[in-house]
Write a protein that binds this ligand. Structure first.
Ligand SMILES: Cc1cc2nc3c(=O)[nH]c(=O)nc-3n(C[C@H](O)[C@H](O)[C@H](O)COP(=O)(O)OP(=O)(O)OC[C@H]3O[C@@H](n4cnc5c(N)ncnc54)[C@H](O)[C@@H]3O)c2cc1C
Length: 393
């Protein structure tokens, strides 16, 4: 197994690096580097810049308008973006639903939905989870009843990330109660402007509005917005989840944040504390191990193997690392991590933090926010069960 990059791959990295450097707006990069709140406009501005270049769908094959990059090239792109401080690509459109539309949608659905995702014009949301149906996703109850050339949808989704901006939502809906729960689920694309769709915010511990409840009350959905076959949605849903979990590992962001942690520790003096440095060293070892795991996956993919069954493992390790660096940053900052100023999370905040030695870092807010990582995308406990069954046997 060869984990080193070839000269061509290194050249590719350089090309990405200089393009990102030339095109990433500095005001957005500053927010990302300091973990400040990104507005919809910030996220979409960057998405459209990438879209114009043809890189928002950076994982897409050429036949669907993507760059047709190899697994290694995709990794290098992600790494350069993370190190430069680009916003994370909001994954619901380009990373999650697009591969499902490509694999299982009709040519008409390709033409209708993919261009708006590739350009960053259309904001998608994910409608999988429901109250009582998170880990046990196959128990979804939102009902879609076929009446003529429409489905009538009734029910509720929850934890819908950034659903307040959503224009379209891809949903798992129940179309049959026959047989096993998995066999009665369909995959439906719903226009969120349809009459009967209501989005309600859920306020999080850090004060932010990141997730929502979405209600469907007799929503009429044209039947040509069904993906693939009725009652086969579970297969398509699983295809999507493996993309979501690999994406959550985010080892490149961890590398950037590790360097930030070291800067904070040095500024605050705890770098001199051997015990604290031990904690950073342990974290660094885990980040390197995760990177090696990612590179092993890439190496396997290069030789034509499909390692998606370890997506859950990447998710577990990646999410735990994200929590640890946010904890250590908060510990390193001590009292400066504590003042939590709501306005500082808002767009255009120009003020300062008391004793601003940390570059306006809302570390306590980030720490609270990172509690989510071991829950979303499938909780880590459940991922451990899946890894135990599929990898360990
Ligand atoms: C910030 C955030 C954003 C999210 N965004 C979205 C989104 O955009 N779209 C979407 O559809 N969903 C989203 N989710 C939902 C997410 O996928 C679910 O929260 C997750 O799958 C867990 O489901 P649950 O919340 O219903 O918890 P439950 O399934 O009720 O689990 C509760 C606890 O029990 C444990 N548990 C459950 N079953 C088992 C088992 N068999 N073995 C061991 N332990 C078990 C879990 O690990 C957990 O600790 C988001 C969640 C969060 C927190």
């Amino acid at each position: 197994m060869d984990l080193a990059f070839t000269p061509e791959e290194q050249a590719f990295r350089e090309e990405i690096r200089s393009w990102v450097r030339a095109n990433l707006p500095e005001d957005i990069a500053r927010k990302v580097r300091n973990d400040l709140h990104l507005t919809r406009e910030d996220m979409q501005r960057w998405a459209k810049i990438l879209g114009k270049k043809g890189w928002l769908g950076y994982g897409w094959p050429k036949e669907f308008g993507g760059p047709g990059w190899s697994a290694v090239q995709k990794h290098l792109f992600e790494e350069e973006c993370a190190l430069a401080g680009t916003p994370r690509i909001v994954p619901f459109g380009p990373v999650m639903v697009a591969p499902v539309i490509m694999a299982y949608g009709t040519p008409e659905q390709h033409r209708r939905f993919l261009p708006g995702i590739a350009s960053g014009e259309v904001w998608w949301s994910q409608g999988y989870s429901e109250p009582g149906s998170g880990s046990d996703l196959a128990s979804v109850k939102t009902r879609a009843e076929r009446v003529g050339d429409k489905y009538i949808v009734n029910g509720q989704k929850t934890w819908t990330t950034l659903g307040q901006y959503g224009e379209w939502i891809f949903c798992l809906v129940r179309t049959s109660n026959e047989g096993k729960p998995q066999t009665g689920i369909s995959f439906l694309l719903i226009d969120m402007k349809s009459p009967g769709v209501t989005v309600r915010p859920i306020k999080l511990l850090d004060g932010s509005h990141e997730v929502n409840e979405v209600f469907f009350d007799n929503v009429q959905v044209p039947a040509d917005q069904l993906i693939g076959e009725e009652n086969k949605g579970w297969t398509y849903a699983k295809h999507l989840l493996s993309h979501e979990r690999t994406n959550i590992a985010d080892v490149n962001r961890a590398k950037r944040e590790l360097e930030r942690l070291k800067r904070i520790a040095k500024t605050e003096g705890v770098w001199e504390d051997q015990r604290f440095r031990d904690q950073i060293a342990l974290l660094e070892i885990d980040v390197i191990a995760l990177e090696m795991l990612v590179l092993r996956v890439l190496s396997a993919m290069k030789s034509g193997k499909n390692p998606l069954d370890i997506a859950g493992l990447l998710k577990i390790k990646g999410s735990e690392i994200q929590q640890r660096y946010s904890e250590l940053m908060m510990l390193a900052a001590g009292p400066y991590a504590l003042p939590y100023i709501q306005e500082a999370m808002e767009a255009g905040y120009q003020g300062d933090f008391p004793g601003n030695v940390l570059g306006n870092a809302p570390l306590a807010a980030t720490y609270f926010n990172m509690r989510k990582t071991t829950i979303y995308g499938g909780s880590n406990e459940v991922q451990r069960n899946i890894v135990a069954q599929t990898v360990l046997g």
